[in-house]
Design a protein around this ligand. Structure first.
Ligand code: CU
Length: 195
């Protein structure tokens, strides 16, 4: 009986694996794009976010409608979920135009695959473009972000808040959020609450 239930479980899991593989085969590149884009935001935001693609000419294709003002996308290889002001910023960036004087909030909870900290249009690391890879973070976009007063060195420390693309129209704040709060602080607080 034990053997039977074990092999039954094995059969079920095989079926499940086959089902997942089948699903992946069927999914278009759009479905994969949507899933990857949405992974940049917290679940509660991703649930109601639109999914868009900024085309090379700066125009935008909507792959999924949203209802919370956030749009998730992959741009320059990076997954992000951006509010409306951020979208104006990214569209201006794609068109090499000045962004509007508005503050935008963007989630990049999956981190990025790296960017030049000095050249907004660099697509790969070079000897002198100050390439930096940042873990999970949020970004504050728009000219007003400068007033946060964060460090704007060419070589940023990706573990601390700093400005990226400083001195360009696309200067913005990079704010690491790590993988969660410092464990010690949380457990200390929990202990305190128990008292
Ligand atoms: Cu970012």
């Amino acid at each position: 009986m034990r053997t039977l239930s074990v092999s039954f479980a094995a059969a079920v899991s095989l079926l499940m694996v086959a089902g997942i593989a089948e699903g992946q085969k069927k999914s278009s590149s759009d479905a994969q794009y949507i899933a990857e884009s949405l992974s940049a935001a917290p679940k509660t935001i991703a649930k109601n976010a639109a999914v868009v693609r900024i085309e090379k000419d700066g125009s935008m294709t909507t792959l999924r409608q949203g209802k919370n003002g956030f749009s998730c996308m992959i741009t320059a290889n990076n997954r992000m979920c951006a509010d409306a002001n951020s979208m104006e910023f990214f569209q201006a960036w794609a068109k090499h135009q000045n962004p509007p004087d508005k503050l935008g909030l963007t989630y990049m909870l999956g981190g990025d695959k790296g960017a030049s900290n000095t050249d907004p249009f660099a697509m790969a690391k070079t000897a002198d473009n100050h390439w930096v890879v940042t873990g999970p973070h949020i970004m504050i976009l728009g000219p007003g972000a400068k007033s946060l007063g964060l460090p704007s060195n060419a070589d940023a420390d990706p573990s601390a808040p700093s400005m990226m693309w400083a001195g360009t129209p696309y200067e913005h704040a990079m704010i690491p959020v790590g993988s969660g709060p410092a464990t010690k602080t949380v457990s200390a607080k929990t202990d305190e609450m128990k008292k």
